[in-house]
Design a protein. Structure first.
Length: 505
């Protein structure tokens, strides 16, 4: 039976020890780790110096040169072992996610489950990195396409999914034959240390074929992120975070022709159509808008309700919002934990004030009188999409608006500069199909009768426009982590040239 401490600081330190993080890593550093549950500092971890970061990236590059020679199914075995470590550590790591990121326990555990799922997916994938055989126009020739490892994959992750997003990238990158250099959010250094310790345990079990430096951790601030982005030994950077961050990262990668896999802001919408099952729709809206205290990139932020159902939907939502429990995310029955830090609380208050000035009617949204930054989720009835509605505020604010016809609702939904996730609630087949069609939702994710958040790992995850265009996780996202070669082989003794060109010397 493992001991659980009431005090989150003690609790986190005990979990870190159990997860295999050495005490030394938690002492005397310069990077403070907090728990948003009370706002207290847990400990200080060492950030990496730019010189040391460069050495680690060099180590990862050397590891890549060895790792790429191992057959992919063998690489999959390491990821399988890592998945086993995660299964064993699920309860502890999930709780640590709760302590450091503030999400409720079932979501903390869900995040680790997401890691386990992507490991399983990647293990299967390690035997399915298929190329193609292509028809060639020349006799006695064969043409094919092969996929090769790419190099060191840089991963920049955000506080809200402090470990799962890294694992989407790392599990695929590893089976694809790459090394990984990870710059976690400076708001969540502890879960990163724990994951690194679990990975190292898996690598030790795997044996010497897993080279030193295969997965390196670069704790630190934006300067360390910039260093990763600018390093010529890093051919791909997968970055998750704000659109503002992406605007800095993308041009720097483009300047050196490196690949960018960007997963940036979302401003996700749902449409509640006249035929919607309101019971189901309200439950889905509640989870998508209030879950993770509104701090998912897939959080539902804009709701368009058909005018004939508006009053009913609003009164149901008001009732749900009034009864949802906000508080210590470790407590049973609590569904909304704290915001990550005081700046997040201030951004929420500023957005609500702006919405009010733009004619919004606010229900809820006030702060709780306790340590940490706890807020009641806010429902805001808006006359239309004012500027504040079209901006992503990383907090539990749901803007509710009426619509008259579906084309208008889809246009309003697509008017946001971001394009991550979207939903429609309808029992009308024509409406559902219209929403999913080429003239429907312009997002990377479009759902029917489920909310925009909480995607499974099997699909490709990401979005369009200011969301950055990257796709991670399932489907064929692995192709972003490999380089494609087209090979033409001549097994005859003539040398026919393509397009019938003749060149007799
Ligand atoms: C994120 O918020 O950065 O679809 C990722 C979801 C989760 C992942 C969210 N599976 O909500």
């Amino acid at each position: 039976m493992t001991e659980v401490f009431e005090n989150p600081v003690q609790d986190a330190l005990a979990l870190l020890a159990r997860l295999g993080v050495s005490r030394l890593a938690l002492e005397g550093g310069d990077l403070p780790a907090h728990t948003p549950i009370t706002g207290e500092e847990i400990c200080r971890v060492a950030s990496v110096s730019p010189a040391e970061a460069s050495v680690r990236i060099g180590g990862a590059h050397a590891a890549f040169l060895a790792w790429r020679r191992l057959p992919a199914p063998r690489r999959g075995e390491l990821v399988r072992l890592f998945g086993e470590e995660l299964r064993t550590a699920k309860a502890d790591l999930g709780r640590l996610v709760t302590l450091e990121a503030g999400k409720v326990l079932s979501e903390g555990l869900g995040e680790v489950q997401e890691m386990i799922d992507i490991c399983d997916f990647a293990v299967g994938l390690s035997r399915q990195l298929y190329g193609l055989t292509l028809a060639t126009e020349r006799p006695d020739h064969r043409m094919m396409e092969t996929w090769h490892p790419l190099g060191v994959v840089g991963v920049i992750s955000a506080f809200n999914f402090p470990v799962a997003v890294w694992s989407w990238n790392a599990a695929l990158a590893l089976v694809c034959g790459n090394a990984v250099a990870w710059k976690p959010s400076e708001k969540t250094p502890l879960t990163a240390l724990a994951v690194q310790a679990l990975f190292e345990r898996a690598a030790a079990r795997f044996g010497p074929e897993a080279p030193e430096g295969l997965c390196v951790l670069l704790q630190g601030g934006a300067d360390i992120g910039a260093l990763l982005v600018d390093d010529p030994r890093v051919p791909l950077v997968s970055a998750t975070g704000s659109t503002a961050m992406g605007r800095k990262v993308a041009p720097r990668l483009a300047a050196r022709f490196a690949r960018a896999l960007l997963e940036l802001g979302g401003n996700n919408a749902a449409i509640v159509a006249p035929s919607a099952d309101l019971e189901l729709a309200v439950r889905a809206v509640a989870f998508s808008a209030m879950g993770t205290a509104g701090q998912r990139c897939t959080t539902l932020r804009r709701l368009f309700v058909h005018e004939t159902r508006y009053d009913e939907v609003l009164s149901r939502l008001k009732a749900v919002y009034a009864r949802v429990r906000v508080g210590d995310p470790r407590e049973e029955g609590v569904l909304v934990g704290p915001l990550i830090d005081p700046a997040a609380g201030e951004a929420m208050a500023a957005a609500l004030a702006e919405a009010e000035r733009a004619g919004g009617r606010i229900h809820g949204g006030g702060p709780l009188d306790r340590p940490g930054v706890f807020v009641r989720p806010a429902l805001v009835e808006m006359p239309g999409q004012a500027e504040v509605v079209l901006r992503e505020t990383f907090a539990p604010i749901l803007y509710v608006m009426r619509y008259r016809d579906l084309a208008g609702a889809i246009a309003a939904q697509n008017a946001a500069p971001q394009g991550l996730s979207s939903s429609i609630f309808t029992r009308d087949l024509q409406e559902a199909e219209r929403f999913l069609s080429a003239e429907g939702s312009d997002c990377g994710i479009a759902n029917v009768n489920i909310g925009p958040s909480g995607a499974e790992i099997g699909g490709a995850f990401g979005g369009e426009k200011e969301t950055g265009g990257g796709r991670e996780s399932g489907s064929d996202s692995w192709k972003a982590y490999m380089r494609r070669a087209t090979n033409t082989i001549n097994y005859g003794s003539a040398l026919p040239l393509a397009q019938g060109v003749s060149f007799e010397v």
